[in-house]
Design a protein around this ligand. Sequence first.
Ligand code: GTP
Ligand code: PRP
Length: 402
Amino acid sequence: MIIQQLHDHRVVLVNQDSFYRGLTEEQSEQVQDYNFDHPDAFDTDQLLVCMGKLKSGQSVNIPIYDFKNHRRCSEKFRKVNESDVIILEGILVFHDQRVRDLMDMKIFVDTDADIRLARRIRRDTVERGRDVTSVLEQYVRFVKPAFDAFVLPSKKYADVIIPKGGDNHVAIDLIVQHIHTKLGQHNLCKVYPNVFVVHTTFQIRGMHTLIRDKNITTPDFVFYSDRLIRLVVEHGLGHLPFTEKQVVTPTGSVYMGVDFCKKLCGVSIVRSGESMENALRACCKGIKIGKILFHRIGDNGQQLIYHKLPVDIAERHVLLLDPVLGTGNSANQAIELLMRKGVPEQRIIFLTLISAPEGIHCVCKRFPDLKIVTSEIDSGLNDEYRVIPGLGEYGDRYFGTD
Ligand SMILES: Nc1nc2c(ncn2[C@@H]2O[C@H](COP(=O)(O)OP(=O)(O)OP(=O)(O)O)[C@@H](O)[C@H]2O)c(=O)[nH]1
Ligand SMILES: O=P(O)(O)OC[C@H]1O[C@H](OP(=O)(O)OP(=O)(O)O)[C@H](O)[C@@H]1O
């Protein structure tokens, strides 16, 4: 059902059963004594190699196991291609920590013991050529004890426990929704958990289309940049800490709410960063805003020309404003200055309209605890260190000096 609902993505299914070790001649003769429900029955090392390759974007050959004669088909494999989503299913997939560590989401399907047994009898008699007596004997001797010893204890590792299995439409919708969200996130957000891209809509794409168009008029450029900046600012404010607060509504009832973070300020990197000040003031009445001005010397070095910051900035959360993150040099210098003034890295939120991946790498590697909020991540930088596709000289376009 999860695969069906993810129809617009590449999804592959890998069964732990494929990694059953084939039985030797001797073991085959005494098959009734073989414990197929013990973790040792699986070649977990081989499973790890295959899953590791798939995760790194390579296709793999998965063994084919024949349940009727308990052997692997030696010459045949199932080719599994690289994919967006890899589902690994099996009764003991949470047993080995190395396998668990590969997983982004662990789901335990909780099913009633009666139903489990009924399904097993039907499956083993219809699909695997066994008789009911041998199925029941195996169940009592191996299956149930192994369930109690290995499967049930592994439930504690699950992120999600689904009662009712496939009939639980709400749980399946939630899981699919979660996978969609993860797939929608830009890869850089997965690498750097402190990078946040404003959730995109066609409305946002439309505004970006306008401000990136080289033929747009200055008033329109300013108008749509302002609207986008407002969204970035609101998103950035959402990352500030809050305290709980209760108010009494006109109906006399209590509303359990939250109170905004009090000690904050803005800092704009002159000149483009100043274009973001109005949006910040519109959201945070009377907020103090400091300024930093660098002089660009070539594209490598920068010289600090001017700064004026709130005197008590070390006690505040800082919203650092600059609409373009290119190489990251300007941002890094500004962040260094703020830290020299006593602002802890984790209290800085860098707000920007567009970012180049190079700039994100440069800032996030150096300041892993700082947060970056951007409305779009572009493709990269050109030979002149300008963001591509980008939007040209932002400051000149916004302030009409182009
Ligand atoms: N975090 C946050 N604060 C908001 C928002 N909207 C309004 N504010 C207010 O903006 C204020 C931040 O501005 P400041 O000027 O730093 O607050 P202040 O308490 O007046 O302190 P001073 O800087 O000393 O004047 C917070 O106290 C909030 O009450 C919002 O969406 N998020
Ligand atoms: O990440 P970086 O490679 O440092 O590039 C980004 C910087 O470049 C732009 O400013 P610019 O120097 O064009 O000045 P301006 O703000 O006066 O237009 C932008 O506003 C950033 O400050």
